[in-house]
Design a protein around this ligand. Structure first.
Ligand code: BYC
Length: 327
């Protein structure tokens, strides 16, 4: 029903484009990167700012569910690996905020949009991390889904975003493997450990499948974003690819994907899967997921508590500038 209510964005045909827009589209079609100082349609700039800032926000909000387990990691080695992973996410946020700033928007403005609840971040981070096995499931499924979505973005049309994605994808690939390794150890451990791994898969499977966004018929931005190569694949294409690849990995672990309708379709060459609960997805996106309020509270708190660090860094930068101008 929701799909019929959604109106996807109108896309201009080449005959409706101005000469500047036509030239811009030709550059995109020829796979020439758009750089910050190049002319671009205002909507292209706005779409990029929206997507990139939501992406950056997802990285820093994404630190919270895993941060929850740093002090309780089962061994020192696991703790240091998790710590490094969470720090990587902060780094990803920084690269993407920096890339977004080249479009003429300030970091402060973007952060205020997150803290005021105006800007979105990925639905997945509004679910709680209840056991250590969730660290495995997040790395395996959430980072796995992130890679599926971000590898094509390395070839997107906007240079700074595409280049930021190169390093992000390398690190995500390490994250995915460390998550899968946690699952492997637990799935081959005691019956209790295997049960914890299965329980984590049961809870994270559907939210991970939803991460790719609404179905194509309800994806308002996809048509325009794909014409501009801000997105290279549709939400459903990437979701299908993720499911096809992940089923084999679950089989190897000896764990069951919580979908009774999951079945290989020889004709399509893909897995068929059960109905996604889109009502749940839209509730989470609207701010009513299990942890939305807690996540925003934690970000606001960190922003307030970090004020002295920002002040000190600014004062230091000012002093350096002043002393450089005297020498
Ligand atoms: N959650 O027209 P659509 C990570 C919104 S970081 C919340 O399909 P679009 C990781 C969408 O924004 C993961 N909202 O949109 C980090 C739009 O609302 P607005 C983040 C969602 O932009 C740390 C509306 O629904 N990855 O993985 O064409 C540790 C209609 O959707 C979601 C990125 O951000 C969602 N899941 O496509 C571990 C990658 N999905 O803005 C892992 C870059 C949709 O009109 N982003 N919405 O109010 C993208 O590729 C695209 O923006 C999306 C959505 C595929 C996410």
């Amino acid at each position: 029903m929701y799909a019929q209510m959604v109106k996807t964005q109108e896309v201009k045909s080449t005959t409706e484009m101005t000469p500047e827009e036509l030239d811009f589209q030709r550059r995109i079609d020829a796979d020439i990167k758009i750089e910050p100082k190049d002319w671009m349609p205002e909507e292209y700039r706005k779409t990029l700012i929206r997507q990139m800032s939501q992406h950056a926000h997802s990285e820093i909000v994404g630190m919270l569910p895993e941060g929850n387990w740093i002090t309780r990691a089962p061994t020192l080695k696991r703790k240091s690996i998790l710590l490094a992973k969470v720090q990587d996410e902060a780094g990803h946020g920084l690269y993407i905020y920096c890339a977004a700033e080249t479009l003429g928007v300030s970091r402060e403005e973007l952060l205020q949009q997150l803290l005021s609840g105006k800007a979105k971040y990925s639905s997945i981070f509004n679910y709680p991390t209840l056991t250590w096995a969730d660290m495995g499931a997040i790395g395996w499924l959430v980072d796995g889904a992130a890679i599926m979505n971000q590898v094509p973005l390395q070839r997107c049309s906007f240079g700074p975003y595409a280049r930021a994605m190169v390093r992000v994808c390398k690190e995500e690939s390490f994250h995915q493997r460390q998550g899968y390794e946690i699952m492997m150890v637990m799935a081959r451990g005691t019956p209790e450990q295997k049960a914890m791994a299965q329980d984590a898969l049961d809870r994270w499977w559907w939210p991970a499948v939803m991460m790719f966004g609404p179905p194509d018929a309800a994806s308002i931005h996809s048509t325009q974003s794909m014409q501009w190569r801000i997105k290279l694949n549709s939400n459903d294409e990437l979701r299908q690819k993720f499911i096809d690849e992940t089923v084999k990995q679950a089989e190897y672990l000896g764990l069951a994907i919580p979908d009774p309708d999951l079945k290989w379709n020889e004709e399509r060459g893909h897995y068929d899967f059960g109905a996604i609960d889109w009502d749940e997805f839209f509730e989470v996106v609207k701010g009513n997921g299990p942890c939305n309020r807690e996540r925003l509270r934690a970000r606001r708190d960190a922003f307030e508590k970090g004020a002295w660090v920002r002040d000190a860094a600014n004062a230091y930068a000012r002093k350096r500038r002043e002393s450089a101008s005297f020498s």
